[in-house]
Design a protein around this ligand. Structure first.
Ligand SMILES: C[S@@+](CC[C@H](N)C(=O)[O-])C[C@H]1O[C@@H](n2cnc3c(N)ncnc32)[C@H](O)[C@@H]1O
Length: 203
């Protein structure tokens, strides 16, 4: 086995065991933890939207970090087992009715939007990156409607030709935008996290 593949397998094992020990539903929790420790996004009292939330480890992490004092709305195509304090919607975020449900649940706006959404991959690089970028644009559409002034945004993107346009759009909307590659991300060559703070509108 090539050294790189061997290392990736060991890293996967490490995070899987750690997730089990920490009672997280997925190792993805550690990606959000790294992002949060670096950019200080999650604290108690926030209203948070978790897009593409199944099985639920980002919501688990956010709720723990907020000491149980956050309001979280989590949506996914897949079933999410209940998490204390988290309002769960099962459905497609591309569906207008689900977007309306989120609007209804957060009439006074959101402090933070998280998106770990990933499209079903086709194996065709440009199709996968395009579908991923579409999901991030949708998350940004929701941010434009719902994020409070000064709010924050995190989204996973499969990096491709569309990435520059995504970054450009995000820079227009936020005062601070960075790309971040967590160590816990085993797909570091492909996935990157856009971290944005200081949302400029929706006063
Ligand atoms: C990597 S997983 C998320 C893991 C999650 N952050 C966690 O920590 O448990 C990506 C999720 O995005 C969801 N997803 C993809 N497209 C979606 C869509 N259009 N609407 C809602 N969820 C979607 C998938 O069903 C999948 O569960």
């Amino acid at each position: 086995m090539a050294a790189k593949a061997w290392f990736k397998d060991r890293l996967n094992d490490h995070y899987l065991l750690k997730a089990r020990a920490d009672d997280f539903r997925s190792r993805a929790a550690y990606k959000l933890e790294e992002i949060d420790l670096k950019y200080k996004l999650i604290k108690s009292g926030l209203k948070i939207l978790d897009l593409g939330a199944a099985p639920g480890s980002w919501s688990q992490y956010a709720m723990r970090k907020a000491s149980g004092k956050a309001k979280i709305i989590a949506i996914d195509l897949l079933e999410i087992q209940p998490i204390d304090g988290v309002t769960i919607i099962k459905g497609d975020i591309r569906d207008q009715q689900n977007q309306q449900k989120i609007l209804d649940l957060a009439p006074s706006g959101l402090d933070l939007i998280l998106s770990d959404m990933a499209p079903d991959t086709t194996g065709v690089h440009h199709a996968d990156t395009e579908n991923s970028a579409l999901l991030v644009h949708l998350a940004l559409d929701i941010a434009e409607k719902l994020l409070k002034h000064g709010g924050s945004f995190v989204a996973k993107v499969f990096e491709g030709a569309e990435y520059k346009a995504l970054i450009d759009r995000t820079r227009k909307l936020f005062g601070f935008v960075k790309s971040f590659n967590p160590k816990a991300s085993l797909n570091r060559s492909r996935e990157v996290f856009m971290v944005a703070r200081q949302f400029k509108t929706n006063k």
